[in-house]
Design a protein. Structure first.
Lengths: 600, 657
């Protein structure tokens, strides 16, 4: 938490001012019952105003020569009350402003700096956080911290001030009233502690059971076809009823515990009031000096305020633990140093070899056993089309992702355009590459927006050209708004094949030196894929294309095909030659072409 | 350009894939219900189902309100008991404006036997005792102890009521979800359906447990306090309510101003969370295109706007408190001045100091509910909007299921016929146009065709996930609409491209198709599906609990489990939608073997993606433009050189060179 407070530093003036303004407000609030007691004692009851030095001093200012009636006293102190209320309100609003200004600016800076950090992490680092958790950290957690800071700036002074101030004022009315607080406060605190100590651990269980309910619903919505096809609606309803019932019982259990809080508070507060009146009353009856009805009334107010402030503190302690947890989660993000950092070079050497792997090895961090890849050495010529095949998990994706520095090799080095990838600035390196990922992620916006993601300043003609190469022009022009058609959240309105073609268009529009298709054509039928390959060959002659695919038909026309086996490239040759030299390739070919042992 | 591709902006894809697991987005903005009365009525009916709880709750609230209202009166009386009323010792006249220096003066409390003697302004002695005081205090004590106990039970009952209502609401919503036609889940975002189950139900639950009780007790207190004030002093009541229009006016005006900022703040917050979610979930793409800087810049713009807006919203929000305080204190001063004047000048309607104290307490109780109602307003609106969204799902029509013809699996041989079937998802875009297909019992039919040609639709119609628009489909000559859906689906097993697994043990997942199967049968099915060996290698074997969506298995293993499930179902008719996803060669081979043995002795409809499947099929059906373009076996069709030959070259054999 302390580290995060550094973000508050630029706004320290606002932050430091807030507690003082709050003290002003609280003081005004605390004065009110006193003024009220003057109204009652000296105005309504007509007691001698000389009994209170403060009251006689105040009245002396306005009526230096005396001659005031009790009604004058009521009106004078009434107006004073209103003035004090106004001043208090003024302080309060000002405090709200300074606190909001400090906390929101703090939140803004924290948010931006955390987001900037997230955007500089390597893929491996974001994977380790998991995207879902990063999103919550960026949104809920930071919001929680901002709320907390604002609350500290306002409430952490308010509650103790009310507590201390209320107690002092109460004691100045009469020291004997202190006994009431001495008894009621421990009772209250112990009860609160007992309830919370039992209830808080249950919150986790509530969450788990809620997750379970959501999980069942999710499965039934997502898997509706299987549920219906298996005629398991009744079973699912029973399963849900079980989860729902469990949630209900734990919720009820927690609420039952929490239900103790309000009655206890009401009881303690009112018994304290009774005690105050009793003490006051018996003192008046006994003729103890200084005790008056107005004082008893003021004392009742102060006691209520003190007890309420205890409740406020309890609530705050609850949010402290939550804010701490959030702060820890945000700090983890801020403390993560990006592992992939760019160099300074912006241009390559114009070498003939577009991509060169030199003894490259790769192993996921923190994993034991064999590395994913080892000793991969391969040169890809400029303008060449290289295909990579291999079993799932053989490291094909890791190999191409290292070119764009999603990951760095753990051994050896990769050169792009004659220069080790680490020497380029990340921006420059990635500018050279058009990368089409396995999962085609689109963004909300129009079709044209999504293509222009590849190059923001592409003209509409260039967008159309890219779409044509990617074999996407046909379906795009079928939309009512063609290139202006809206793409729903994550491209939900498009079929898998359409998404893949749009992602390819997005890469093509960059006119990259190196185009990488990481299993990006799996949803295209072969005729579309063939047309795509043809268009790439004819319209992007100088572009080096690296294709990962599962289907032999997708790769057989590549200049060379690299077969990854046991973590390294065993063979790299054109289709026909590979059929002769690589047994694995022959196996793959046979299983897909139905000539081999696939069907027995 | 196929028909399916054209549908882009009209509706989400109707492919078989269940996919689209959206996160339930938290809905932070306040929503307004469309028809408030109707939503309230229906929600009340749910709450009303727990009639006795509700009656008990209302009785408790009445008792609590009465007890709380008695508080200030007793407190006032107690204060009166300690404050003597002074009389002229000679005349017995009550002295409101007494002069302590008057030698005739003697203070005597009317309410107590309590004498205070002044002589020439000096207190010369007191006698008597505060007889009333202890009684009043004791009464207060008893009332508040009672009140606390009642409060406790009110809390319990409110909790029970809200949990029971929400339990019912969730149950009904879920029951409806399981009865909805597939077209509903296909055409609605899953995240949206989920958020009804989570956020909306949550909002309703909060409203019942908190807002409703506090609203009811606020209303009761309002009426009660007003009545008590009238009883105590009509004149002062009049003074007290002078400030009410003022506070309503001011809070209305301020609220309007505040809302403007709050609405904007919610919108910005939504935009910010949206951009974070989009960029973080698509981070690889962001990185691949070097868009990190742009993303940060875009985020900063929103974040800066949000900062400004949040400050304004908070400042305006915090003005409300002081303003209301001021009005409250204004009322207090007015009441005190009036009360003071009444005591000073006596006359008709005179009032005691204790009564003034009670009046002040009641006036606070009178103004608080107004604020309370205003505070709960947005929570209740949000809950009602949520309830409406829940009811909207509950009101959806059930799946049509009017068949009455009960059949046992043994009665069915498994022949299928599509007779002049017409179908469309969207009126203007027909998918099947007079589709005819006859499948003999035990035949293997491979369906091939371009994407969007209607292959998947055939499966959707046969399982009655969707209903034919025209024509009919028969099984053994019986129109499938005459058979109850449950019976029909017992004859059929489907294996989809994307395997659906449940967060449960592998055992339960395989037995899903037939929960009454024995363990031996289940293991036999797994062996048959070539799944047994990998299952046994898992740490807990068949008792391994799968993650949500079964993500701890590979795609290929998931498919094997789905096949095992179908084997166990032992259906008459099997529908296979072959997966296109990438699986390594070894697993691929296993899957193929498993599928082949699964198809033995059953009528099988396969949406084929593999050459081997096609070659094995008894009949290949080529679908194009909503009708069958060609059918026959592989060699015949290939020799004919028609649609199939083209497709074969394109999709299966590789690129013709």
């Amino acid at each position: 938490m302390r580290k995060l407070f550094a973000y508050l530093k630029p706004y320290w003036r606002s932050a430091a001012l807030s507690p003082f303004l709050m003290i002003g407000e609280v003081l005004c609030d605390l004065c009110l019952p006193y003024l009220m007691s003057f109204i009652v004692n000296f105005g309504i009851l007509g007691e001698d105003i000389g009994a209170s030095p403060v009251a006689s001093f105040l009245i002396g200012i306005f009526y230096p020569r005396g001659g005031y009636t009790p009604l004058n006293i009521i009106i004078l102190f009434g107006i004073l009350m209103l003035v004090v209320t106004l001043i208090g309100g003024f302080f309060g609003t000002l405090c709200a402003y300074t606190a909001a200004r400090a906390s929101q600016s703090f939140g803004n800076d924290l948010r931006r700096s955390a987001y900037t950090r997230v955007m500089s992490l390597s893929i491996e680092q974001t994977d380790r956080f998991t995207t879902g958790s990063l999103v919550t950290r960026m949104t809920n957690d930071i919001a929680m911290i901002v709320e907390f800071v604002e609350m500290i700036l306002r409430m952490f002074v308010r509650a103790p001030m009310f507590f201390v101030g209320g107690t002092i004022f109460l004691l100045t009315l009469d020291v004997k009233f202190g006994v009431v607080l001495l008894i009621s406060l421990p009772v209250l605190l112990i009860t609160l502690f007992l309830v919370l100590a039992r209830a808080v651990p249950l919150f986790g269980t509530v969450q788990t059971r809620l997750d379970r309910v959501n999980c069942v619903v999710q499965e039934n919505v997502g898997g509706a076809r299987i549920v219906k096809a298996s005629v398991q609606e009744d079973y699912e309803n029973r399963r849900f009823a079980e989860a729902n019932g469990a949630l209900r019982s734990i919720n009820y259990h927690v609420l039952r515990l929490m239900a103790v809080m309000t009655p206890v508070l009401i009881l303690v507060q009112n018994l304290a009031v009774i005690a105050i009146i009793y003490i006051g009353g018996s003192n008046i009856a006994a003729g103890v000096g200084g005790m008056s009805t107005g004082n008893v009334m003021a004392a009742v107010t102060y006691t209520t305020q003190v007890i309420t402030s205890i409740m406020m503190v309890t609530m705050m302690f609850q949010s402290v633990s939550r804010a701490m947890a959030s702060a820890k989660r945000v700090r983890e993000v801020l403390d993560t140093e990006p592992t992939v950092v760019g160099g300074t070079e912006t241009a390559g050497t114009g070498a003939d070899i577009a991509v060169s792997f030199r003894g490259v090895g790769f192993r996921y961090p923190d994993t034991a056993g064999d590395p994913v890849l080892h000793n991969v050495t391969l040169d890809v010529r400029r303008g060449e089309t290289l295909a990579i095949v291999g079993a799932t998990g053989s490291g094909k994706s890791s190999l191409v992702q290292m070119i764009a520095r999603f990951y760095d090799p753990t051994e050896g080095e990769i050169l792009v355009d004659g220069r080790p990838v680490q020497e380029y600035s990340l921006q420059a390196l990635r500018h050279k590459i058009g990368f089409v990922l396995q999962k085609s992620e689109l963004f909300s916006g129009t079709v044209a927006d999504n293509v222009r993601w590849g190059r923001a300043n592409a003209s509409i003609a260039e967008v159309k050209e890219a779409a044509a190469v990617a074999q996407a022009a046909g379906f795009i022009e079928g939309f009512a708004d063609d290139y202006e058609a809206a793409v729903a959240e994550k491209g939900a309105s498009l079929s898998g094949g359409q998404k893949q073609r749009l992602s390819i268009a997005r890469a093509v529009v960059r006119n990259p030196e190196i185009l990488i298709l990481d299993d990006a054509t799996s949803a295209l039928d072969l005729s579309t894929e063939a047309a795509l390959q043809k268009a790439l060959r004819t319209r992007m002659k100088d572009t080096t294309v690296i294709v990962i695919a599962q289907r032999v038909a997708s790769v057989k026309n590549a200049d060379r095909i690299a077969v990854i086996e046991d973590g390294t490239i065993r063979h790299c040759a054109p289709h026909e030659e590979l059929l002769e030299i690589s047994e694995t390739y022959r196996d793959i070919y046979a299983s897909q072409m139905g000539k081999g042992g696939a069907v027995q | 350009m196929s028909a399916q591709e054209k549908r882009v902006s009209a509706a989400p894809g109707f492919d078989m894939r269940p996919g689209g697991r959206g996160n339930p987005h938290s809905r932070m903005t306040m929503q307004k219900p469309q028809n408030m009365k109707k939503a309230i009525g229906r929600l009340l009916r749910y709450i009303g189902a727990s009639k006795y709880l509700l009656i008990l709750l209302i009785v408790l609230m009445l008792a609590i309100t009465a007890a709380e209202l008695a508080g200030p009166l007793l407190q006032g009386n107690a204060i009166d008991a300690i404050e003597p009323v002074y009389r002229n010792a000679e005349t017995g006249e009550i002295l409101y404006n007494y002069d302590k220096n008057d030698t005739r003066f003697e203070g005597i409390s009317t309410k107590t036997t309590f004498h205070v003697h002044f002589k020439g302004g000096d207190l010369i002695g007191r006698e008597g005792h505060t007889a009333g005081l202890n009684a009043y205090l004791a009464a207060m004590g008893i009332i508040f102890i009672l009140c606390s106990i009642l409060y406790y039970f009110q809390g319990l009952i409110a909790a029970k009521l809200s949990q029971r209502t929400v339990y019912m609401l969730r149950g009904d919503l879920f029951a409806k979800i399981s009865r909805l036609p597939i077209s509903y889940t296909d055409s609605h975002k899953h995240g949206d359906i989920m958020s009804r189950m989570t956020n909306d139900v949550e909002n309703v639950s909060n409203a019942i447990s908190q807002s409703i009780t506090s609203l009811c007790s606020a209303a009761l207190t309002l009426v009660g306090a007003f009545a008590m004030m009238l009883l105590l002093s009509p004149l002062m009541t009049l003074v007290a309510i002078v400030t009410v229009p003022l506070s309503i006016f001011v809070s209305g005006k301020l609220g309007k101003f505040m809302r403007r900022y709050f609405v904007r703040q919610q919108r910005l917050l939504g935009a910010m969370n949206g951009t974070v979610e989009e960029m973080v979930t698509s981070y690889e793409t962001v990185v691949a295109y070097g868009k990190e800087g742009d993303a940060v810049e875009h985020f900063s713009t929103i974040s800066n706007d949000l900062r400004g807006c949040a400050i304004s919203a908070r400042v305006w929000g915090s003005v409300m408190g002081p303003v209301m305080n001021f009005i409250g204190n204004l009322q207090y001063v007015l009441l005190a001045a009036t009360g003071g004047a009444m005591i000073l000048f006596g006359g008709p309607g005179s009032i005691s100091i204790g009564n003034i104290q009670s009046m002040l307490a009641y006036s606070k109780k009178f103004t608080r509910p107004i604020n309370q109602i205003a505070n709960q307003y947005s929570a209740i609106l949000t809950a009602l909007a949520g309830a409406e969204r829940i009811f909207a799902v509950i009101d959806e029509a059930d799946e049509i299921d009017e068949g009455k013809l009960e059949l046992a699996p043994a009665d069915i041989a498994g022949s299928i016929a599509f007779e002049k079937v017409f179908f469309h998802y969207i009126e203007s875009e027909p998918v099947l146009k007079g589709f005819d297909l006859t499948v003999k019992a035990g035949q293997k039919i491979a369906i091939v065709g371009a994407t969007g040609s209607g292959k998947t639709t055939i499966v959707n119609l046969l399982t009655r996930f969707y209903e034919v628009v025209e024509g009919r489909i028969t099984v053994d000559g019986i129109d499938i609409r005459d058979i109850p859906k449950a019976t029909l689906r017992h004859f059929i097993a489907i294996v989809l491209q994307d395997t659906v697994l449940f967060h449960d043990t592998i055992r339960a997942n395989i037995k899903y198709s037939r929960p009454d199967a024995t363990d031996e049968e289940m293991i036999a099915a797994a062996l048959h599906a070539r799944a047994d060996s990998f299952i046994r290698r898992l740490p807990d074997g068949y008792d391994t609990v799968l993650d949500e969506a079964g993500s701890n298995l590979s795609e290929g293993q998931r498919q094997l489990l789905a096949i095992a499930r179908a084997v166990l179902a032992d259906p008459k008719i099997l529908i296979l939608d072959e997966a296109t996803s990438s699986v390594d060669t070894r697993t691929e081979m296993k899957i193929q073997q498993a599928m082949v043995s699964l198809m033995k002795n059953r009528t099988s409809l396969i949406i084929a993606h593999r050459l081997s499947t096609i070659r094995d099929a008894d009949v290949i059906v080529v679908v194009k433009d909503g009708v069958i373009a060609e059918q026959g076996d592989h060699d015949t069709l290939l020799a004919a050189g028609g649609e199939y030959a083209k497709l074969y070259q394109n999709q299966f054999a590789g690129i013709a060179t």
